[in-house]
Design a protein. Structure first.
Length: 528
């Protein structure tokens, strides 16, 4: 349903924005175009073959988008969680600290990567300082070191733009012992007064940071918001999404339609909870923790913080053509669902696409890439490990170590196939054949080799979709890679031979604006 909506509304969304002389930014359009190509066999695929029964299978390329693609987001979620558990987070207690920010600041952080880094630095340094102070009081540790991994989430439960931070901090500090070895000193859960003290310090330091950068209450709005001049449409979409309103179309300026038991928020009690505090619109929650040896629960937590913004199973279509999106949790005012027109959903998705060079995963403290003590605490910290070199393949067996090139006439050149999400044309290199006269190390000898940093593409698909694409559905044997196919003529010939569709689904043509209404100015400052 998500794919069909984007397929039907994208050209209209782009054309209407261009007609208003506010074109959609290129990185946003590229994200939508890539989403429409994701999983379509006509745009390229990997071909696998079973030697036992002769069955062929094709696996389509993905778009690798960072915005809203559910399948690519699921694979990135599984890959990130596995990487953090296997290679980054040591076997010590971990606590999640979630920082939410005021509405006006969310708008600015949506596109200002340096300011996002500065605000995140203020937050993490404050929490680490609290941990070090508590460790000094309890253990007498004077040189404690802590580490954290932060995932910057750009979305809220209702597909709204909500930049906030999920930080996984080690629930304690490392300190050198008498023998010089690092020892971890765990800490008890923080009390509510400590959480209130931390969030109060974060709120005050953020205000000082904004004033120092010329973004205080008395700053010039024209100079403080360069996005409004450089990308007016993006500023309009960001402002509306943060405020829970519609930016374009016949309902421009109105609030998003909500469904549920309407309750006056003023009649509700103040939001309270254990290890939860709020000061001046800055709220902090620190009640989720994982024990030291529970790696399975830690991976579930990592998958949660790195999840995709759109859950397709919660999206449905009403009889009148509007789209109903179910919230994961019921809001305090009784809202359980939100309703979008198809064009409204497209504009909400456009606001969720992160700008280029906007990093969504950050590392801090002893877990930082440049930390001097990092290799002494992270799991699998050896940069180079020994492993047995496998024997060379038997030339008489049709099982090449590397899949052959799809282009004939290149002799011994081979295209390295590592991932169907990365077709060979994107690598720009080919494997170099072994020069004549050279000798490879004999089989069975030890050779230094780098451990693979990421999961294989088949393993990612298995973790996300519970489907092993390299398991033959006919005989249960293991299938092997034949080639990565991308040229259109070769793609069409193979798909026609396999009696599969060789045409990509067409994108609906742009429709004129029926109301021809003036667009909303997009100044959401008053509503924030």
């Amino acid at each position: 349903m998500l794919y069909g909506t984007v397929q039907a509304e994208l050209e209209t969304f782009l054309a209407q924005a261009l007609a208003r002389e506010r074109p959609v930014p290129r990185f946003v359009e590229r994200e939508f175009r890539g989403f429409l190509r994701c999983g379509i066999l006509a745009h390229g695929f990997v071909r696998v073959h079973c030697d036992g029964c002769g069955l062929d299978r094709v696996v389509a390329f993905s778009c690798k988008g960072r915005g809203f693609c559910p399948s690519c987001g699921g694979r990135r979620m599984a890959d990130t969680a596995a990487h953090l558990v296997d290679r980054v987070v040591p076997e010590v207690p971990v606590r999640q600290w979630v920082l939410s920010l005021p509405f006006a600041l969310r708008y600015r952080l949506a596109y200002d990567a340096p300011l996002t880094s500065a605000v995140l630095g203020v937050f993490v340094r404050t929490v680490i300082a609290s941990l070090r102070r508590r460790a000094r009081e309890q253990w007498g540790v004077t040189r404690g070191q802590c580490g954290a991994v932060t995932v910057v989430q750009r979305f809220g439960d209702a597909l709204n733009l909500n930049v906030h931070f999920h930080s996984l901090l080690l629930d304690g500090v490392y300190a050198p012992g008498p023998d010089g070895a690092l020892r971890f000193h765990p800490l008890p859960p923080p009390e509510d007064p400590e959480v209130e003290r931390v969030v109060g310090q974060v709120a005050r330091r953020i205000v000082r940071l904004l004033v120092h950068r010329g973004l205080g209450p008395e700053s010039d709005l024209t100079e403080a918001d360069p996005l409004a001049e450089d990308q007016p449409l993006l500023a309009q979409l960001y402002g509306a999404s943060v405020a829970g309103r519609i930016a374009t179309g016949r309902r421009a300026g109105q609030r998003v339609v909500r469904v549920g038991d309407c309750i006056d928020p003023e009649d509700l009690p103040a939001l309270e909870g254990e290890r939860c505090a709020s000061v001046s619109g800055v709220s902090l929650h620190a009640n989720v923790a994982v024990p030291a040896c529970d790696r399975r629960r830690l991976e579930r937590l990592c998958r949660y913080v790195a999840r995709s913004p759109v859950a397709t199973e919660r999206l449905s279509r009403l009889e009148d053509g509007r789209l109903l999106y179910r919230l994961k949790h019921r809001w305090r005012d009784g809202t359980t669902h939100v309703v979008f027109e198809p064009q409204e959903l497209v504009e909400k998705l456009a606001a969720l696409v992160p700008p280029p060079r906007f990093h969504l995963v950050r590392y801090h403290g002893i877990l930082g890439p440049c930390a001097g003590e990092r290799d002494r605490v992270v799991p699998g910290s050896a940069k180079v490990e020994k492993r047995v070199r496998p024997p060379p393949p038997n030339p008489s067996v049709d099982l090449p170590a590397e899949p052959p090139s799809t282009t004939a006439g290149h002799g011994h050149e081979r295209v390295p196939i590592h991932d169907p999400c990365n077709p060979p044309s994107q690598y720009g290199v080919r494997a170099t054949p072994v020069p004549a006269g050279s000798q490879a190390p004999p089989p069975g000898t030890d050779e230094p080799a780098l451990r693979p940093r990421r999961l294989a593409w088949a393993e990612l698909l298995r973790r996300v979709f519970a489907v092993d694409v390299l398991e033959c559905p006919r005989c249960g044997g293991r299938m092997r890679l034949l080639a990565a196919i991308q040229p259109p003529d070769v793609t069409k010939a193979i798909l026609d031979c396999l009696e599969l569709s060789s045409r990509a689904p067409p994108t609906a043509a742009a429709l004129p604006d029926p109301d021809d209404a003036e667009e909303w100015p997009g100044d959401f400052e008053a509503t924030l």
